[in-house]
Design a protein around this ligand. Structure first.
Ligand code: CA
Ligand code: CA
Length: 111
């Protein structure tokens, strides 16, 4: 004998804490790792080793990251990071650039 117990609990919101599959998951651990790898690529692309990045050097960075539009990305990167507008990314500005690169979703795959 099967007896269904029917409880009327319709006045309680059932799915208040349901997970939304489309919601971005919070990832904090990988972020720092990505940053470190991007800084590594930046250093490799600093051809004249002056710790200042010219447009040409930044374009190489985006090429290394596999960007399809390195010139466009360079333009936007400078727009975001070149605070004093002198046409190159100095040591103080490079952090903003790295944040920008991480922000647009470039991750560095090793191997
Ligand atoms: Ca340089
Ligand atoms: Ca600058």
């Amino acid at each position: 004998m099967v007896q269904k117990s029917v409880h009327a609990t319709s006045d309680q919101p059932k799915c208040r804490l349901s997970f939304c599959p489309g919601a971005p998951s919070l990832q904090c651990s990988d972020d720092r790792d990505d940053k470190a790898k991007i800084i590594e690529i930046l250093k490799q692309c600093d051809i004249n080793h002056d710790n200042v990045y010219s447009k040409e050097e930044i374009k190489n960075v985006f090429k290394s990251l596999g960007s399809r539009w390195p010139a466009f990305r360079t333009y936007l990167g400078f727009f975001h990071a070149d605070a004093n507008g002198d046409g190159c990314i100095s040591d103080e500005e490079v952090d903003t650039l790295v944040k920008y690169i991480v922000g647009i979703g470039y991750t560095v795959k090793q191997g």
